[in-house]
Structures are given as C-alpha cells and as structure tokens.
Design a protein around this ligand. Structure first.
Ligand code: MLT
Length: 325
C-alpha cells in the first residue's frame, strides 16, 4: 500500500511540476491563430486586431492562418485536431454554435473538442445591397426580392457563416427563398457586391461600415436593438418592420481539447489586456462594435455562451430546414 501511495504522490508531484513549468514559461514561441474564413473579411479583421494586442502582452507573436471553407467548419476542424500544446488557437464566431446543428456530420464534436479562452466582441450585422439597388428602404428591398426571387442573389460565406445565418433569418422572415452565392469569406463576397455581381448580403459592421459610409454599397438595416452611432442614418430591421429580427455575432477564442489550463488562463489574461488596448477599443468603435468585458473574456463565459447558443439556434435552424448535408 505504501508503494502505491508513494507512486501516486510522485505522479501528483510530476503533474504539479509540469503545470508550474507551463505557467512559468508559456508561451515560449510564436502562436498560430486560425481564422476559419478568407483574409480581409470581418472575422479576419477582428482576429488581426486582437492578435496584435495579445502578442504585446504575451511577448510572442500570434500569427494568423486563414483556413476558409464550409462556413468555418474546415478551420475549426483544423484546430480541433491540432496538438493541444497552447500554440494553435481558433478565433471563431456564432458559427461554432449554428454549425453544431447545420452539419450533421461535423469532423469534430463541438462541445468536446475544444478548450476555451474567452469572448472577444459581439458584432452587429447590416442588410446591404449593391449601390445601384433601386429600393429606397427595407420594405422596398423586400418587395423587390419577392418580385425577383428567382434571380436576386444573396452572398454568404458558406453554410454555418454568420452571413448565412442572417440570410437564412431574412429569407424566413420574408417567406421567400432567394438564390444564395457562397464564398470562402465575406471579404471576397464584398468584392462582388461592390462590383454588382451579387445583389444582397447580410454582413457584419466590421466589414460593411466603411463601404456604407463611402457610398460604395447601400445599407437598408442594422440587426442591433438600437441604431449604431457609426451608422446613425441606417434604421434597425425591427423599426423597418421585421419584428424580432435581431442578431449579434459574438466571437470567441478556442484551443484544442487537452490544452493545459495554465496556457488557456494565460491567454485569457492576455485577451483581457488586449481588449483594453486603446487602439483595439477605438478600431472596434469605428467598426460598430465594442470589446467584451473582463468577465466575458474568460474560459467559463465562452463555454457558457457556446452551450446556450447551440440550444438557442437549434430549433430556429430546424424550423428553417436548412442543413449542410
Ligand atoms: C461570416 O459570414 O461568417 C463572416 O463574415 C465570414 C468572414 O469573416 O469572412
């Protein structure tokens, strides 16, 4: 019995030593942050802002790797299968929750394949169209879409993307299916909207604010509860007649299951510092959003958010009857 006790004691001592070693030395080298959409889109914009500020606190570079495709699930799968050593992270958004229902054959088990770092920001969306769209307001856009439902095109970043979710909610609200055009991110989708190759998109303010302000695309509504300071002239979808049409795109940072808690806790502290960085707060404000609070930039808050959002969106997606496979 004494031998067993001493072996258990030694094992406990070794694991304590290993944990304290991680706590003291992590991170020792560059970290990869996977963005599951193309460069230049809203998710990429948020990631690069936060990664730069986190790098300062960590003393190591966080390098962005864009892994687009399948509405963000390819990039998420890449991280789910990465080495759980604290050097591969995922920055993803509400799509982590919606994909759990939309994809019945995901390459990972959403609630058991990741460790959590924290929530980053909650970004409003905008219903926008090519700049020469004839409709004068959201009601006119809806009338136009219904009258041309077989030809009007709606861009998104694939099933599971935020733009897909908002487009799905929009088509359900107007009871009219439209032609959807998927991209690997709404960065490239925006290029086609600017060029008039696609008609409508519901995308995050982190990608549309500057274009709307510059008049290169037309804004019809924001999906926030109140109008946005940076887009004061754009009515909310609710005030435009789409009752209950509110959706915010929350973003979180994840690591592969098994990543040491000392690493995720250290990353959460760096995230909290980054979200107080004046440049991050200023850029977020210019783009219509705001940093998460310290209380939300924690592993527990992100875990709770993901669990509650999977529960919230499951019946909505099932009612729309849209699945990826
Ligand atoms: C989305 O629609 O989920 C994002 O806007 C895609 C992206 O960040 O490119």
């Amino acid at each position: 019995m004494n031998i067993l006790k001493s072996l258990l004691g030694a094992a406990a001592a070794v694991s304590l030593f290993a944990a304290s070693a991680v706590a003291q030395t992590y991170p020792e080298r560059n970290i990869t942050m996977v963005v599951p959409f193309s460069a230049g889109g809203p998710t990429d914009t948020v990631a690069r802002l936060v990664a730069e500020a986190m790098s300062k606190d960590l003393g190591q570079q966080i390098l962005i790797e864009n892994v687009g495709g399948a509405g963000g699930t390819l990039g998420a799968g890449r991280v789910a299968n990465a080495e759980p050593d604290g050097y591969t992270l995922l920055l993803h958004h509400i799509g982590m929750a919606t994909s759990a229902t939309l994809y019945r054959k995901l390459a990972y088990d959403t609630l058991n394949a990741f460790e959590y770092v924290g929530l980053v920001t909650d970004v409003p969306m905008t219903i926008v169209a090519r700049k020469d769209m004839e409709a004068a307001d959201l009601k006119g856009l809806i009338d136009y879409a219904k009258a041309n439902k077989d030809t009007v095109t709606v861009a998104n970043a694939g099933i599971g993307a935020a733009s897909h979710l908002c487009g799905m909610l929009f088509m359900s609200a107007i009871e009219t299916p439209l032609v959807t055009v998927p991209y690997k991110g709404t960065g490239p989708a925006m290029t086609d909207l600017l060029g008039g190759q696609v008609d409508i998109m519901c995308d995050q303010t982190t990608n549309t604010t500057k274009q709307i302000q510059g008049g290169t695309i037309k804004a019809y509504a924001v999906t926030s509860a109140e109008r946005l300071d940076v887009l004061k002239d754009v009515p909310t979808a609710v005030e435009s007649g789409l009752a209950g049409f509110q959706v915010g795109i929350w973003h979180g940072i994840y690591a592969p299951k098994g990543t040491p808690a000392e690493a995720t806790e250290r990353l959460a502290k760096a995230l909290q510092v980054a979200l107080k960085d004046p440049n991050v707060a200023a850029r977020f404000a210019e783009l219509g959003t705001a940093p998460s609070s310290d209380a939300d930039a924690t592993p527990a808050a992100l875990k709770a958010k993901l669990e509650s959002e999977i529960t919230r969106w499951k019946p909505v997606i099932e009612a729309a009857g849209q699945y990826a496979d």
